[in-house]
Design a protein around this ligand. Structure first.
Ligand code: FES
Length: 190
C-alpha cells in the first residue's frame, strides 16, 4: 500500500514537471511568434518620413527686391530682403507651433484700442498714433503677433521666430536650410 502511494506521488510529480515544461515551451513559442510577427509588420512600414526635407532652393536673389517680404507658405519660410541683406525666418509660431500669416498691418487695431506695443528691439520701429500700421505676422491659433522681422510683440508667443540658414548656391539660387538656426543679426550680403 505504502509502495503504491509512493509510486502515485512520483507519477504525479513527473506529470507536473512535464506540464510545466510543456507550458514553458508554448510560452516561449508564443513570444517568439509575436516577435516575428512584429518584425514582419515593421518591415512593411519602413521608418520613412514624408515631410519635406528641411533644405531647399528658392529663386535667385534678384527675384526678391530690397524691402520685400516673401512668404513660402508650403515651406513655412519667409525671405526678407532689407537694405543690409537677406535673412530667412522659420514661419513657426514660438507659442505652440502654428503657422503665422503675413499682413501689411498688424498694429493699428492695437494702437486704436490703446494697447501698449513695445518697440522692435532690432529695428527700433514703433507703432504710434501718428504711424499706427506696421507689417508683420499674426498667428491664427492664439493671436500672437510678430513684427516683419519675426520679433514677437503681442500674445502668448514667448520669443521671436527663429532665423534659419540662407546662402547663395553654386547655381545662383538662394539655398535655405530650415534645420540650421542662425543668429538674429545674421544677414546674407549679395
Ligand atoms: S500657436 Fe501661435 S499663438 Fe499659439
Amino acid at each position: 500500500m505504502a509502495a503504491s502511494f509512493k509510486r502515485l506521488m512520483e507519477d504525479s510529480r513527473e506529470m507536473s514537471r512535464r506540464s510545466f515544461l510543456a507550458m514553458a515551451g508554448w510560452a516561449g513559442f508564443t513570444v517568439a511568434s509575436l516577435i516575428a510577427l512584429y518584425q514582419s509588420i515593421k518591415w512593411l512600414y519602413p521608418n520613412a518620413t514624408y515631410e519635406d526635407p528641411p533644405a531647399f532652393k528658392a529663386d535667385p536673389p534678384s527675384v526678391y527686391p530690397p524691402g520685400s517680404t516673401t512668404v513660402l507658405i508650403d515651406k513655412r519660410v519667409v525671405i526678407n530682403h532689407d537694405a543690409n541683406g537677406f535673412y530667412a525666418i522659420s514661419l513657426i509660431c514660438t507659442h505652440l507651433g502654428c503657422t503665422p500669416r503675413y499682413f501689411p498691418d498688424v498694429t493699428s487695431d492695437l494702437v486704436a484700442a490703446g494697447t501698449a506695443i513695445s518697440k522692435d528691439p532690432d529695428t527700433g520701429q514703433v507703432a504710434t498714433k501718428a504711424n499706427p500700421a506696421l507689417p508683420g505676422f499674426k498667428c491664427p491659433c492664439h493671436g500672437s503677433r510678430y513684427f516683419r522681422d519675426a520679433v514677437n510683440f503681442f500674445g502668448p508667443a514667448p520669443r521671436p521666430m527663429d532665423r534659419v540658414h540662407i546662402e547663395v548656391a553654386r547655381d545662383g539660387k538662394l539655398f535655405i536650410d530650415r534645420s540650421v538656426i542662425v543668429d538674429r543679426a545674421f544677414r546674407l550680403k549679395v
